[in-house]
Design a protein around this ligand. Structure first.
Ligand SMILES: NC(=O)c1ccc[n+]([C@@H]2O[C@H](COP(=O)([O-])OP(=O)(O)OC[C@H]3O[C@@H](n4cnc5c(N)ncnc54)[C@H](OP(=O)(O)O)[C@@H]3O)[C@@H](O)[C@H]2O)c1
Length: 258
């Protein structure tokens, strides 16, 4: 399948580096041709001379520019092929208003972990996208991690849980490793220990299929050390604080999405 990327920044490059070049023929078109040519050479793909040529050649166009650039592109160029937008905050309706009422449109929300091919990606399509095109879109994003087909009404929640949450998880890791420093451990050692434990605990949760609280109970011996920390976290409203942070993220996303 021939895919054209308009915009070849961080996220486009992360997606392209995960794609099997024997299955997908990829062209990119950025803002500046010489920069695009350099990026294309690094990624082992083709630089289109301009957006018009890229669109003429593509079977599927991926818009990988910042959200505020998308209206300019969709008003300057007519794209009749299916479009995938990865722009945060732009709904299928927003995109349809800028194209046509029958334009096949797919909205995708990858996350920063695409950089290491471990994105947790949300995807939704409109009624004009064929099963074959949607299958191709799933294959593209499965090559950089896991893909969840979600209702568009849940995109704000998905964005909070998968898009913003890495920041909160890094804060949690940093807080724990700072506690290690407080108690005499070097910061780099402490951070490594916490990050490894977090990654293994997440893997354990996913592999076991257990409820997280069951795993908390499994680690909490009666009268032991862990339950003291669990009670301390709850005395400081750990669960409610995290829920409030996710709600604030969703509220902000909803306020920005018209
Ligand atoms: N990064 C993330 O974690 C993440 C996660 C989910 C979704 N997204 C979405 O992914 C999209 C891209 O984000 P990004 O992080 O990859 O941003 P980025 O690194 O800034 O990439 C955007 C690219 O678009 C290029 N560009 C600007 N105007 C253009 C035009 N008129 N035609 C073609 N290319 C143009 C920019 O070129 P110059 O650098 O030369 O200006 C830049 O290379 C955004 O819509 C964002 O919401 C990003």
């Amino acid at each position: 399948m021939k895919i054209g990327f308009i915009g070849a920044g961080k996220m486009a490059q992360a997606i392209i580096s995960g794609l099997d070049k024997s299955k997908f023929s990829i062209q990119i078109s950025g803002r500046d041709l010489s920069k695009t040519q350099q990026t294309a050479a690094t990624l082992g793909v083709t630089a289109a001379s301009d957006h018009t040529n890229l669109i003429a050649d593509a079977e599927l166009v991926i818009l990988a520019v910042k959200p505020h650039v998308i209206p300019d592109i969709l008003s300057a160029y007519t794209i009749t092929q299916p479009i995938i937008s990865i722009a945060a905050g732009l709904t299928l309706d927003n995109l349809a208003e800028m194209t046509s009422n029958t334009q096949p449109l797919i909205r995708v929300m990858p996350n920063i972990n695409a950089t290491i091919k471990k994105s947790t990606t949300g995807i939704v399509r409109n009624a004009y996208v064929s099963d074959e095109t949607f299958k191709a879109a799933l294959a593209i994003f499965e090559s950089i991690g896991s893909v969840h087909e979600i209702a568009e009404k849940d995109f704000g929640t998905f964005t909070a849980l998968a898009g913003s949450s890495p920041a909160y998880i890094y804060m949690f890791i940093d807080a724990m490793s700072r506690a290690g420093v407080l108690h005499g451990m070097p910061k780099d050692v402490s951070t490594q220990i916490v990050a490894e434990t977090l990654a293994a605990s997440a893997e354990m949760l996913l592999k076991s299929g257990e409820n997280p609280w069951t795993l908390v109970d499994n680690v909490s011996s009666p009268g032991g050390t862990t339950i003291s920390g669990v009670v301390s976290l709850e005395q400081h409203q750990f669960v409610a604080t995290v829920i409030d942070a996710i709600t604030a993220t969703i509220d902000k996303n909803n306020a920005m999405t018209k």
